[in-house]
Design a protein around this ligand. Structure first.
Ligand SMILES: C[S@@+](CC[C@H](N)C(=O)[O-])C[C@H]1O[C@@H](n2cnc3c(N)ncnc32)[C@H](O)[C@@H]1O
Length: 222
């Protein structure tokens, strides 16, 4: 179980605004709140399938077909993988985040580029991936993990508001080693762990490692 920060200083609530489900706190009441953003991130291609050229694609493997994102969160990595044409299954244990993701995927299913190509939006399995992975009916080519690690500094000016909120409501994922073990058992080929650059590799020495700006993708291949 994720350890909740103690004491929880802020209260958050979910609310429908402008056709989508949003997470709000006192700070974001007037600014509009946070939702799963389904549009490409700045710098990402709008074409489908988007080119598999960034570090994320290299780490999950350009030839991989089926991917499980076991830590979906705000679904930004999931959506980037979906736009690159991977066949994606998502997992998320927070009921609040699951509700936000489901809302995002429903909006995605209505996008012209998704409808016109008759694309299936990713399936979301709500629950603890440590259990869900043991009951998977298939062996994915890649299982992708991006759990929350303890921050190096008390507050990082670089951390995005959405990630700060996630940490506020969920805390760090202290069972991430058990999650790695479950992913290693369940994968057909590889496990990819996204971690902050200062963190020790989650599964011991990886076969491949790709260094990004302040983060790293560690790749474990069976
Ligand atoms: C750092 S966020 C992931 C951010 C995500 N990659 C993105 O692009 O928005 C970590 C998320 O993984 C979820 N998570 C962590 N451990 C999990 C587990 N064992 N099962 C399911 N979800 C988990 C947390 O609830 C949290 O929402």
């Amino acid at each position: 179980m994720a350890k909740l920060p103690d004491p929880v200083k802020q209260s958050f609530f979910l609310c429908y605004r402008e056709g989508c489900l949003k997470l709000l706190d006192q700070d974001s009441l007037k600014k509009g709140g946070l939702m799963v953003e389904i549009e490409p991130r700045p710098g990402e291609q709008h074409s489908y399938p988007a080119p598999k050229k960034d570090l994320l694609a290299v780490a999950v493997g350009k030839k991989s077909k089926t991917i499980v994102d076991a830590t979906t969160g705000w679904a930004q990595d999931s959506l980037a993988l979906f736009r690159m044409g991977y066949n994606l299954t998502c997992m998320e244990r927070s009921p609040v985040m699951s509700a936000l993701i489901n809302d995002g995927f429903q909006r995605l299913a209505q996008k012209d580029w998704v409808v016109n190509r008759e694309l299936q939006v990713p399936t979301l399995l709500s629950g603890n991936a440590i259990q869900l992975l043991t009951h998977l009916s298939f062996s994915p080519d890649c299982i992708y993990l991006d759990p929350m690690f303890p921050p190096k500094r008390k507050k990082s000016a670089l951390a995005k508001k959405a990630m700060l909120v996630l940490r506020d409501i969920l805390g760090d994922d202290e069972d991430r080693e058990a999650l790695f073990a479950a992913a290693w058992q369940a994968t057909g080929r590889r496990v990819v762990v996204k971690s902050p650059d200062y963190a020790e590799p989650l599964g011991g020495k990886p076969q491949e490692s790709y260094q990004g700006k302040l983060l790293r993708y560690d790749v474990y291949i069976k």
